[in-house]
Design a protein around this ligand. Structure first.
Ligand SMILES: CC(C)(COP(=O)(O)OP(=O)(O)OC[C@H]1O[C@@H](n2cnc3c(N)ncnc32)[C@H](O)[C@@H]1OP(=O)(O)O)[C@@H](O)C(=O)NCCC(=O)NCCS
Length: 321
């Protein structure tokens, strides 16, 4: 059995429908300048009517398979990080197993909000290293536009839709060096759907996302810092050795706080939040794919990624590309 795992292909998809801040001004009591100044966001992509999470995930998956140079029949595991699946069940992963023409392989979703891709990659990495699978398709895909309430302006302006995918496989060479996954459910009330009401209770804001923005901001910066420290320490890696930071794209100010902590310059940080807004579980694989495809991230380089989201959940990933 091969002792390591590597990412051998990536892909992403963003819906063609672009909503600029100026478009948002027409449906929400906000100003483009405020959004740019407080978040760095200039635009976001929203699904068309009838376009769902599995549709976006399928395109991202096909692009990742193509870049890996393998067929769907070679997969033996699919994990999708999503908090906005098409159905309560079946999972997005099961839908993809069928649509991609895979064998009857293990396929399931993980609900870890914005940390969904790092959670999914962590679980897939463990399963491949344990010999339970050889080659896995790992996806982060979200249709957050479903949950947006334009009356709640501090939340509504932040999100967009999209999907990103990676193919990982067993390898003789180290690639995914470690993943670090955490949760703290005691803070579930600062970022939630349904006004924090369980689905079995009468709803006044069914399927609407809300948050206590400043609390989320503070917790994000704290947990990002902690998990990056943990990742560097456990790998015995100095921050100077990191070539690239591929952070979750929630807010440019959060990214800059993490960048400052790592002492990295702007040219070492992959930023997409200005063009994509926050695609929740999809931000990390979208950013990774963009920077690999445009040649910024090169083979052999060391990449650290970290994410934070509702739950609360947070995690980090260290990767030799
Ligand atoms: C949401 C967020 C951008 C708000 O920024 P902030 O600087 O903390 O702003 P506050 O919430 O303190 O609000 C400041 C003012 O802006 C106003 N405001 C909030 N949203 C606004 C909007 N979209 N447009 C215009 N004004 C807005 C508020 O009403 C408030 O006005 P007041 O001072 O008159 O009461 C920021 O808290 C944030 O990014 N938090 C983290 C969000 C996140 O990343 N969530 C996902 C995590 S995965």
């Amino acid at each position: 059995m091969k002792p390591y795992t590597r990412i051998i292909g990536t892909g992403h998809y963003l819906p063609s429908n672009v909503l600029t801040n100026e478009d948002v001004e027409k449906v929400c009591d906000t100003k483009s300048d405020w959004i740019v100044e407080r978040t760095g966001i200039e635009q976001r992509h929203f699904c068309e009517d009838g376009e769902g999470t599995s549709d976006m995930a399928e395109v991202a998956a096909r692009r990742a398979l193509e870049s890996a140079g393998i067929s769907a029949e070679e997969l033996d595991l699919i994990i999708v990080g999503t908090s906005s699946p098409d159905y309560g069940s079946p999972s997005v992963a099961a839908i993809l197993q069928d649509r991609l023409g895979c064998k009857t392989i293990c396929a399931f979703d993980i609900s870890a909000a914005c940390t969904g891709f790092i959670y999914s990659l962590g679980v897939a990495d463990s399963m491949v290293k344990a010999g339970a699978a050889k080659t896995a398709l790992v996806i982060g895909a979200e249709r957050i536009s479903t949950y947006i309430d334009w009356e709640e302006r501090n939340t509504a302006v932040l999100f967009g839709d999209g999907a990103g995918a990676a193919i990982i496989t067993a390898s003789d060479e180290p690639g995914i060096l470690s993943t670090h996954l955490h949760a703290d459910g005691s803070k579930k009330d600062i970022l939630f759907l349904n006004n924090g009401k369980p689905v079995y209770e009468p709803q006044d804001r069914a399927n609407k996302v809300s948050m206590v923005g400043p609390d989320v901001f503070k917790n994000a910066v704290k947990r990002f810092s902690e998990v990056i420290d943990q990742c560097l320490t456990e790998n015995n890696v100095a921050k100077e050795d990191i070539d690239w930071l591929v952070p979750h794209q929630a807010n440019l100010r959060i990214i800059q706080a993490v960048q400052k902590k790592l002492g990295m310059n702007d040219e070492q940080v992959v930023v997409t939040v200005n063009k994509t807004a926050n695609n929740s579980a999809a931000t990390v694989p979208i950013a990774l794919d963009l920077a690999i495809r445009d040649g910024r991230i090169k083979p052999g380089q060391l990449v650290i990624s970290a994410a934070f989201g509702a739950g609360l959940t947070w995690g980090a990933l260290l990767l030799r590309v």
